[in-house]
Write a protein that binds this ligand. Structure first.
Ligand code: HEC
Ligand code: HEC
Length: 465
C-alpha cells in the first residue's frame, strides 16, 4: 500500500473543548444520561458549487506564487482531483487562485487536514493522520526563509501576495508543536488566530489581544461524512448554530475585514451541502456475514443507545456524554472552562451575528459520534490515542507507548487500524505517549464487559458501517 505523506504546510482552523479521567462502571441499563443536542437552522446550498469552491476557491487569499510553489515542491504528478491547466500541477491540498496582486497564487486548502491518500486513492474527508506538527515550521524555517527572500528580492509583486500568509504563520507557527506526529493542532491554530483578531471587525493585531494558554491540545481529525448526522460540530459538540460560519474559520489566516468575510460566507452554504453529500468508503475485504450479524445484535444492545443504528433503520441519537461516564482524556473540553476568553471572543464576534449566526456552547464531555466508515478512521478517540478497534474495545490491549511506521505505513485488517509496535518508553516524535496530558487513552471501557468472541463479532459488524 502506498501512502503519500505531505509535509506539514499550514493552515486553518477550528475550535475545541475536554474531561476528568474517571473509571466508571456502566451498568447494563439502557443509557439515559446523554444530553440531547437540538438541531439548528443551516444555510442551504448547492453541493456541486460547494465542491468546486472547496478545491478551486479563494477562502484563503494569500499564499505562494505558482512559480515559487513549483520551485519548492515540483509539479504534482498525481492530479488526484482531475483539475485542468496549471491547477493540475498543484497538490490536491492546495488551490490555485487569482487575486488582485497575482494571477496564479497557490494557497493551502482544507484537504491539508481533511484528505488522505489511502492505498493509491485520495479519500476526501478522511482526516490526515500523517501530518507532523512536531516539526511545525517556525519563523526560522529554512525553506520558508528562502521563499521569503526569493519573493522579496526577485518578485516584489509576488511578495505582496504572500505577505499576509507569512505574517500569520510567523506569528503563530512557533506555538503549534505537538508531542507526537499524527495528531493535529488545529484547535491551537484557531485559538492563536482568534487571539490576534478584533472580534467585531476581524482586524489583525500583531500583539495578541487574549492570553495565550500553554497547552497545545492534540486531536485526531474527524471524518467529514459524519457531519450530515450531527446537530453540533466538533468533538465536544460546542459548535452550534450555522455550521458554515465554523467551516470558514480558516479564513482568519488571511481575512482583511468583515466585508471580505461576508463575501466568503456566501459560499459556505454550498460547502456544507457538499460535506453532507460525502459517503464513507466501503470496507475493501470480505466480511463474515454470520459473525457480523451476531455483532449487530451485540452492538444494538450495548452501543446503539449512544451511537445509533445503521443499515435498514438508520437512527442517530445526537448525544453529548458527560465526562464522568465517558472518562476519556479531559484536556480538550476542560480548556473551554479554564480559558473561557476564546468562547467569549467567538460569541461576541462577527460569526455570532447577522443571518445564520453561530455560537459556542461548552460541555464537560464529548459527543458520541456516528460510526459510519469507522474501519478507515484509525487511530481512535478524539485524540487518536488508541491505534486499533481491537484495542478500543478492550482497554487492557491499549498500548501505553506505541509507534507507527509513517514511512511504510500499513493497515491491519484484523485489528482494524494502523500497524504499530509497542515501545517501553516514548523517546522520539513518532511514538505516541499516553502519559502526557491531552494524550491519555483512558475511558470508553464499554467493550470490556464483552467476551473475546463477542468483541470479534462487534468488530466484524463495525466493518459493515
Ligand atoms: C490544520 C488542519 C485543518 C484544516 C486546514 C481544516 N480543518 Fe477542519 N478540523 C480539523 C480538526 C483537528 C478538527 C476537529 C477539532 C475538534 O473537534 O476539536 C476539524 C473539524 C472540522 C469539522 C467538524 C466535523 C465534526 O464532525 O464535528 C468540519 C466540518 C471541518 N473541520 C471542515 C473544515 C473545512 C471546510 C476546512 C477548510 C475550509 C477545514 N476544516 C480546514 C483540522 C483542520
Ligand atoms: C455511554 C455512551 C457510549 C456507549 C454505551 C458506547 N460509546 Fe462508543 N463512544 C462514545 C463517545 C462519547 C465517544 C467519543 C469519546 C472520545 O473521543 O473521547 C465514543 C467513541 C467510540 C469510538 C471511536 C470513534 C472514533 O472516531 O474515534 C468507537 C469505535 C466506539 N465508540 C464504539 C463503541 C462500541 C462498539 C460500543 C459498544 C460496545 C460503544 N462505543 C459504546 C459513547 C459511547
Amino acid at each position: 500500500m502506498r501512502f503519500i505523506r505531505k509535509r506539514l504546510v499550514i493552515v486553518i482552523l477550528i475550535l475545541v473543548g475536554c474531561s476528568s479521567i474517571a473509571a466508571i462502571t456502566i451498568s447494563n441499563e439502557p443509557f439515559k444520561e446523554g444530553v440531547f443536542i437540538e438541531p439548528s437552522e443551516q444555510k442551504p446550498g448547492d453541493k456541486q458549487k460547494g465542491y468546486d469552491y472547496l478545491v478551486n476557491g479563494d477562502y484563503l487569499k494569500s499564499g505562494l506564487g505558482y512559480n515559487y510553489y513549483v520551485l519548492l515542491n515540483g509539479k504534482d504528478k498525481n492530479n488526484f482531483l482531475g483539475r485542468t491547466g496549471k491547477a493540475a500541477n498543484v497538490g490536491y491540498n492546495f488551490n490555485l487562485i487569482e487575486t488582485k496582486n497575482s494571477k496564479n497564487l497557490v494557497v493551502p486548502n482544507c484537504l491539508q487536514c481533511h484528505g488522505q491518500v489511502f492505498g493509491d486513492k485520495l479519500i476526501i474527508g478522511l482526516g490526515n493522520t500523517f501530518l507532523d506538527f512536531t516539526k511545525a515550521p517556525n519563523k526560522d524555517d529554512v525553506k520558508g526563509t528562502i521563499a521569503r527572500q526569493l519573493m522579496k528580492f526577485i518578485a516584489p509583486g509576488q511578495y505582496q501576495s504572500s505577505r499576509v500568509m507569512i505574517r500569520s504563520f510567523s506569528t503563530i507557527a512557533p506555538y503549534l508543536q505537538t508531542e507526537t506526529r499524527g495528531v493535529n493542532a488545529a484547535d491551537r491554530l484557531a485559538t492563536l488566530l482568534v487571539a490576534h483578531r478584533n472580534p467585531e471587525t476581524l482586524e489583525w493585531s500583531d500583539k495578541p489581544l487574549l492570553d495565550i494558554p500553554d497547552e497545545v491540545i492534540p486531536t485526531d481529525v474527524p471524518a467529514w461524512w459524519l457531519l450530515k448526522k450531527k446537530n453540533a460540530m466538533f468533538y465536544n459538540g460546542f459548535g452550534r448554530g450555522d455550521f458554515g460560519k465554523f467551516l470558514m474559520l480558516s479564513n482568519l489566516l488571511t481575512v482583511k475585514d468583515t466585508s471580505e468575510a461576508a463575501e466568503t460566507f456566501t459560499h459556505f452554504g454550498n460547502v456544507l451541502a457538499y460535506l453532507k453529500s460525502i459517503e464513507p468508503p466501503k470496507y475493501p475485504h470480505s466480511i463474515d456475514a454470520t459473525l457480523a450479524s451476531n455483532g449487530k445484535a451485540l452492538f444494538e444492545k450495548n452501543c446503539s443507545n449512544c451511537h445509533g443504528t445503521y443499515g435498514d433503520k438508520v437512527t442517530y441519537p445526537n448525544l453529548l456524554i458527560p465526562a464522568r461516564i465517558i472518562g476519556t482524556d479531559s484536556l480538550l473540553f476542560k480548556a473551554n472552562y479554564q480559558n473561557s476568553q476564546f468562547i467569549e471572543w467567538f460569541n461576541k464576534s462577527w460569526y455570532a451575528k447577522g443571518s445564520y449566526p453561530a455560537r459556542l456552547q461548552p460541555f464537560d464531555g464529548y459527543i458520541a459520534p456516528p460510526l459510519d466508515g469507522i474501519w478507515i478512521t484509525a487511530p481512535y478517540l478524539h485524540n487518536g490515542s488508541v491505534p486499533t478497534l481491537a484495542a478500543l474495545l478492550n482497554s487492557k490491549e491499549r498500548p501505553k507507548y506505541w509507534e507507527r511506521d509513517f514511512k511504510n505505513a500499513a493497515y491491519d485488517y484484523e485489528k482494524i487500524g494502523w500497524k504499530y509496535e509497542v515501545r517501553n518508553e516514548a523517546n522520539n516524535k513518532t511514538t505516541y505517549n499516553t502519559d502526557k496530558p491531552g494524550y491519555r487513552n483512558t475511558g470508553h471501557t464499554f467493550g470490556d464487559r464483552l467476551s473475546k468472541d463477542q468483541r470479534n463479532a462487534v468488530i466484524e459488524y463495525l466493518k459493515t458501517l
